[in-house]
Design a protein around this ligand. Structure first.
Ligand code: AHR
Length: 507
């Protein structure tokens, strides 16, 4: 099997925001996972737990989406500002009917972004909110004049406006966000986005329109046709991004199966479904190429990841699941797909950051574990802000039961400041794979770093109070050969290598 990478064939810019995250008011994602409050015994900074913060800093989080998800369309932001003891309580009807005390609101979220050094992506409430409410949230966050909302923000202790990069008008409006038809949503989108005013000069908030949750592009077409009229509307029309959601439900919504005790068949089914992300992206890309050949609108995959049965004994509404080597492979193949489609895919947000679905970090009281997915994000962070390089796998083998066969190897490559980063994964349950890596355009090189995420079995995971079974290890399975490298990819592993050309490039 051969992977050819051509350093002279440069592709698109890999927007760092492809490596983004999502955190919703759901289960123990925000409360306990990220936010414990200032009075907690768990060490924290302004209520945000320090252990989780330190871990997240290791993976260079570029952007964080909040407050939902389905929760966003019932969230009234004014309930989450001002003195905490006066904040309204509500019932989180989407997620377990638990009491939401609104102690984590706008100020706390923006502080979290500040501590992480990441961009803010706020999801507005279209389902049960008014245009005024949405408009005022943007004014509260970013307004700099003398206006009711900026004065309110100042009265709540924040003098300077924040910078907000992204704002979405609703979430899954075809489902939990209002069960709307595409044409109805399109009209509402046109209406609401009008009042998302720009207070940020030449770096305006980017507007995000709800896209589909399947590969069916009817929704995308209807919404784009109604909202994108470039000639009349100047550079950005009404939107900057349209979203896609794609989850891996191993055997469908009703047979998701255990997060840890799955069959070999489920392994293949899960990875097969993860790879289906590419079809979903391609279909939507085609619609965008047709309506927006200049490429002004980006695709934003703002929810993705594996979704399994909740851990036994936990609240079914909390979506708490463990994360194994299967998730490491799902992350690897998915992030390679995003890199390869980075011309259009400009943001993605894994669902969800902590304690919900495919998390990078899990917590239990004061304890915390880094999941296999965490380590894959740590490997792939080197692609952030790099330039995609052309790459191609010849002779890729397939493995798995007839309906669920998957290619064994996935890969992508990029270059930043003269360093080529190559990520490769081997999805085989049994087989190590010998891969010849041809590095075209690299005359000589040295390996700066090589790491591998793998474990003894495909079902391994990291558990509280135990030594990590899945972690990032130095990878020694490579040797230099004429024109490139010979790499031995261990079974079920994700490998990352960074090589620096010693004598520049050649044709
Ligand atoms: O991530 C969990 C939920 O999945 C989100 O709230 C919703 O948007 C999606 O259906």
């Amino acid at each position: 099997m051969k992977l050819t990478i051509d350093k002279n064939k440069k592709g698109s810019y890999i927007n760092p925001d492809i490596y983004g995250h999502f955190s919703e008011h759901l289960g123990r994602g925000i409360y306990e996972g990220l936010y414990v409050g200032e009075d907690s015994d768990i060490p924290n900074t302004d209520g945000i737990r320090n252990d989780v913060l330190e871990a997240l800093k290791e993976i260079d989080v570029p952007v964080l989406r909040w407050p939902g998800g389905c929760f966003a369309d019932e969230y009234h932001w004014m309930d989450g500002i001002g003195p905490k003891d006066k904040r309204k309580k509500m019932v989180n009807t989407n997620w377990g009917n638990v009491t939401e005390d609104n102690s984590f609101g706008t100020h706390e979220f923006m502080r979290l972004c500040e501590l992480l050094g990441c961009k803010a992506y706020i999801n507005g409430n279209l389902g049960t909110g008014t245009p005024r409410e949405m408009s005022e949230w943007v004014e509260y966050l970013t307004g700099n004049g003398s206006s009711p909302m900026t004065e309110l923000r100042k009265a709540n202790g924040r003098k300077e406006p924040w910078h907000v990069d992204y704002f979405a008008v609703g979430n899954e409006s075809w489902g939990c966000g209002g069960n709307m038809r595409a044409s109805y949503y399109a009209d509402l989108y046109r209406h609401y986005q009008t009042f998302l005013r720009n207070y940020q000069g030449d770096d305006p908030i980017k507007k995000i329109c709800v896209g589909p949750g399947t590969a069916d592009t009817k929704w995308t077409k209807t919404v784009l046709d109604a909202c994108y009229e470039d000639a009349a509307l100047g550079s950005h029309g009404y939107m900057d991004y349209i979203t896609i959601h794609h989850y891996v439900f191993p055997d469908g919504w009703n047979h998701k199966g255990s997060s840890t005790e799955y069959s070999d068949e489920f392994w293949y089914m899960s990875l097969n479904k993860a790879l289906y992300m590419e079809s979903t992206i391609k279909k939507n890309e085609a619609v965008l190429e047709d309506r927006d050949p200049e490429g002004k609108i980006g695709l934003c995959v703002d929810e993705w990841g594996g979704w399994y049965d909740v851990e036994p004994g936990t609240n079914p509404g909390f979506l708490y699941q463990q994360s194994t080597m299967r998730d490491a492979l799902i992350a690897g193949v998915t992030l390679d797909i995003f890199n390869k489609h980075s011309k259009r895919v400009r943001m993605a947000n894994i669902a969800q950051m902590v304690n919900v679905l495919q998390s990078v970090v899990l917590t239990e009281g004061p304890k915390m574990v880094k999941t296999p997915t965490f380590y894959v994000f740590k490997q792939y962070k080197h692609h952030q802000g790099a330039t995609l390089l052309d790459s191609y796998i010849a002779g890729n083998e397939t493995e798995g039961p007839d309906n669920w066969k998957i290619p064994l190897v996935s890969a992508s490559a990029s270059e930043k400041e003269g360093v080529v980063t190559v990520t490769m994964s081997n999805s085989s349950i049994e087989k190590d794979v010998e891969l010849e890596v041809e590095l075209q355009g690299v005359t000589d090189y040295s390996v700066l770093e090589a790491s591998v995420v793998n474990a003894e079995t495909i079902r391994d995971y990291n558990d509280f109070g135990k030594e990590e079974t899945v972690t990032l290890k130095e990878f020694a399975g490579h040797e230099k050969i004429a024109g490139g490298l010979k790499v031995k990819l261990p079974k079920h592993s994700v490998v990352m290598m960074r090589v620096k050309s010693a004598s520049g490039t050649s044709k």
